[in-house]
Design a binder for this molecule. Structure first.
Ligand SMILES: C[S@@+](CC[C@H](N)C(=O)[O-])C[C@H]1O[C@@H](n2cnc3c(N)ncnc32)[C@H](O)[C@@H]1O
Length: 385
């Protein structure tokens, strides 16, 4: 009898221990995924990237014509570092969000991508699967190296993709050239997103949707710059247009006093069988954060290793502003927009509120114009008199 009770007690203890152990393992995994999900870094750290001829990347980065340390002057390294994203899935989400929150609920056919970098989202929209039907994209950026790189990408990758997906071939227009009936066209303009040319100059008509992705808005450090930029975009959009912005999740704004270090590596395979890897530092724990301006001196470092030796190294401090959700509402309003929805990732299943479950790691804001609604309200009020 006593032996039976002992046995039961021991079994109970073992079960309890297994439960506690499993629980702490889950907690530990959650902590790891939390650390990983901070800032813009891949959730998987060892994903291979096979988009480009990597020998070209290695050669072009070691013999770059740029002597400075500007990370955006080395587009091939930037593209490798952030090439882990699923561009087709992200473009599907952006298209879905436009359709859901645009007052007309119509499919978008033209897109303006600001601070576009290699412009992979625009190019995917034009050449990707049948689930999207974009016929025009204008990409805007300050960097001439990014523009050159994007135009090369079209030749190397996207012409083939559009043919494989039975899409019409892309036509690259001269910056200044405007066509009346431009179907399946792509333009890359060197402009500041705070002072955009008119939509008729950039394209022949207003745009259905505009995108500012991967925290690029963080390069605008003052409210005035953000409002000027939003107003400039507002003028380029149709009345039912949307502006979709991807930023870090606001929980980062509230933990910024202690900056975190984020690193990851991209293993590369070169055609001559030599091994290479790109090592990325995107934010360091020594970064200074100013709680008054909300600007962090963000450390960025790219180290390219070939056969274990550093072949190219690049580091820069980038002043990067952190935004809260309440600020985004206020800034949108100042420029004639309203925020229709906020997501926690470029994924319709992830709400901005899912941060406690570690799912929400970005703040994706879907803005639409307020004008129409304000006009309707005015008209309605006038009927009450
Ligand atoms: C983090 S990269 C993002 C690129 C791209 N959106 C992506 O998802 O990969 C930021 C880009 O913003 C551009 N940029 C910074 N300030 C800008 C401005 N005021 N106007 C236009 N582009 C700007 C940089 O040249 C760089 O290519």
């Amino acid at each position: 009898m006593m032996k039976g009770i002992h046995l039961c007690f021991i079994t109970l203890l073992v079960k309890l221990w297994t439960f506690i152990d499993a629980f702490s393992l889950i907690k530990f995994e959650q902590r790891i995924s939390h650390v990983k999900s901070e800032e813009f870094q891949p959730r998987q750290t060892t994903r291979r990237y096979s988009g480009l001829n990597l020998n070209d990347v290695v050669n072009s980065s070691s013999g770059s014509k740029q002597d400075n340390n500007d990370i955006y002057s080395r587009p091939s390294l930037y593209d490798l570092a952030f090439g882990y994203r699923d561009f087709e899935q992200e473009v599907d989400f952006l298209t879905y969000a436009h359709e859901k929150y645009s007052p007309s609920h119509k499919e978008p056919s033209s897109v303006l991508e600001l601070a576009a970098g290699p412009a992979r989202h625009s190019l995917t929209a034009l050449t990707g699967s049948d689930s999207v039907n974009y016929v025009h994209a204008t990409a805007v950026d300050l960097s001439s190296e990014m523009k050159e790189y994007a135009l090369q990408l079209i030749k190397d990758e996207y012409l083939e993709k559009s043919t494989a997906n039975s899409r019409s071939p892309l036509i690259i227009l001269n910056d200044e050239e405007i066509r009346d009936n431009d179907r399946n066209t792509f333009k890359y303009l060197l402009q500041d997103m705070r002072s955009l040319h008119s939509a008729t100059h950039m394209h022949s008509s207003l745009f259905d949707t505009a995108w500012i992705l991967l925290g690029s808005l963080q390069h605008l450090n003052t409210n005035q710059d953000v409002i000027t930029c939003f107003k400039s975009i507002h003028d380029c959009l149709t009345q039912d247009g949307t502006l979709i912005i991807e930023l870090p999740h606001p929980q980062e704004a509230f933990s910024m006093v202690e900056c975190t270090r984020n690193t990851w590596e991209v293993p590369l395979e070169l055609s001559d069988n030599s091994s290479a890897k790109l090592s990325i530092l995107w934010g360091d724990d020594t970064d200074e954060f100013n709680p008054v301006t909300q600007v962090r001196d963000f450390s960025v470092r790219f180290d390219l290793f070939v056969d274990g030796k550093i072949s190219t190294s690049l580091s820069q401090q980038v002043p990067t502003r952190l935004f809260t959700a309440q600020e985004m509402h206020a800034l949108a309003q100042c420029a004639g927009f309203e925020i229709a929805a906020m997501y926690g990732a470029l994924d319709s299943d992830v709400s901005i509120m899912d941060y406690e479950q570690e799912l929400a790691y970005r703040m994706v804001c879907v803005l639409r114009k307020r004008g129409d609604r304000a006009e309707k309200e005015k008209a309605f009020k006038s009927t009450l008199k």
